[in-house]
Design a protein around this ligand. Structure first.
Ligand code: IPM
Ligand code: MG
Length: 364
């Protein structure tokens, strides 16, 4: 079986880190018989420059036909002036929506070799392994009505709508319960049910699903403000966190920083399984990092670990995934690091040198 991969490197450091992920895929093709074809297209600012829009119909069609999409990052100061609905980020939101990628899996895992990079004390984060499941195509990001209006007295009024219906909650909660079941069997659902009606429906729906189908998983509920606090106080209490689009956006940035290395973390965005096929998009958690773009110093490991997450989550090729995970761990252990995670006194490597180191570790 040949896997059709769509590469959307995007903007900033996106193309630089994706190049290294591509080399790893090509190695897997040559050395482990993984059959793949890779097509590259534009998204975000790169697409605006070429086509005037951040996401073209051709890219949506290619993504729908591909077995998997790998995305780099979108956005940058260059496009600060473009209309709100045409900004680079609209391309990312657009492809999520077009593929109905409702479940966003964002792991926060600490690498032993990087314990000192965390802003928290080593004891608090050693062994940390959290999975955040963020609802990705609903809530206030997409809710209607939304807009900016001018009031009679000349003031502006901006408004958005937070909405969640039973089905939207159930399908993402199922993904989270299934993940928890295969891990430490603990799911914490995070909401703001003390204030918001959408959260009341969220909490009720998750509770009912738990009783009906997942009673073997321990379910707890937490308000989002408390969760933000608990993540810095005692993050190891969490196994899987399930939350909505906006809360998940915020909590996943916080959780990634516990690991000290936002440049290390991959993510998966998944759709529903239809005829044995599930739409999937993998992207690093980090953004386009315009400040270091073009310098060849960005950390390619999050992009490379996207390949690992794809092998594990979509392909279920655990042998290949483990091999790649081990290679990355070895590279870190050997101190082959880009500037963002290099320890003082250590020589920082370039993006490509770290890619080389991963390939060399794979060979061994
Ligand atoms: C993310 C990003 C996006 C989001 C932006 C770039 C639109 O912050 O993937 O977390 O808010 O979802
Ligand atoms: Mg975000």
């Amino acid at each position: 079986m040949t896997h059709n991969l769509l590469f959307l490197p995007g903007d900033g450091i996106g193309p630089e880190v994706m190049r290294e992920a591509r080399r790893v895929l090509e190695w897997l093709g040559a050395k482990r018989g993984l059959k793949l074809t890779i097509t590259e297209m534009l998204i975000g600012g790169a697409s605006i420059d070429m086509h005037g829009v951040p996401l073209t119909d051709a890219v949506i069609a290619a993504a729908q036909n591909a077995d998997v999409v790998f995305l780099g990052a979108v956005g940058g100061p260059k496009w600060a002036g473009v209309a709100h609905d045409k900004r680079p980020e609209a391309g990312l939101l657009g492809i999520r929506k077009a593929l109905d990628l409702f479940a966003n899996l964002r792991p926060a895992v600490i690498f032993d070799a990087l314990l000192d990079a965390s802003s928290l004390k080593p004891d608090i984060v050693r062994g940390l392994d959290i999975m955040i499941v963020r609802e990705l195509v609903g809530g206030v990001y997409f809710g209607q009505p939304r807009g900016i209006e001018i009031l009679p007295d000349g003031q502006k009024r901006g408004y958005n709508t937070q909405t969640y219906s039973t089905h939207e909650i159930q399908r993402v909660a199922r993904v989270a319960f299934e993940l928890a079941r295969a891990r430490r069997k603990a799911l914490c659902s995070v909401d703001k049910a003390n204030v918001m009606e959408s959260s009341i429906v969220w909490r009720e729906t998750v509770t009912e699903l738990h009783q009906a189908e997942y009673a073997d998983v321990t379910l707890s509920h937490m308000y989002v403000d408390n969760c933000a606090m608990q993540l810095c106080r005692a993050p190891k209490q969490f196994d899987v966190i399930l939350t909505d689009n906006l809360f998940g956006d915020i909590l996943s940035d916080e959780a990634s920083m516990l690991t000290g290395s936002i440049g290390m973390l991959p993510s998966a965005s998944l759709g529903a399984e239809i005829n044995g096929k599930r739409a999937a998009l993998y992207e690093p958690i980090h953004g386009s990092a315009p400040d270091i773009a073009g310098k060849g110093i960005a950390n390619p490991l999050a992009a490379i670990l996207c390949v690992e997450m794809w092998l594990r989550t979509s392909r279920r090729d655990l042998a290949a995934a483990d091999l790649l995970a081990k290679a990355v761990a070895q590279v870190l252990q050997n101190g082959a690091r880009t500037a963002d995670i290099a320890t003082s006194g250590q020589k920082a490597l370039t993006t490509q040198e770290v890619g080389d180191a991963v390939l060399k570790a794979l060979e061994n």
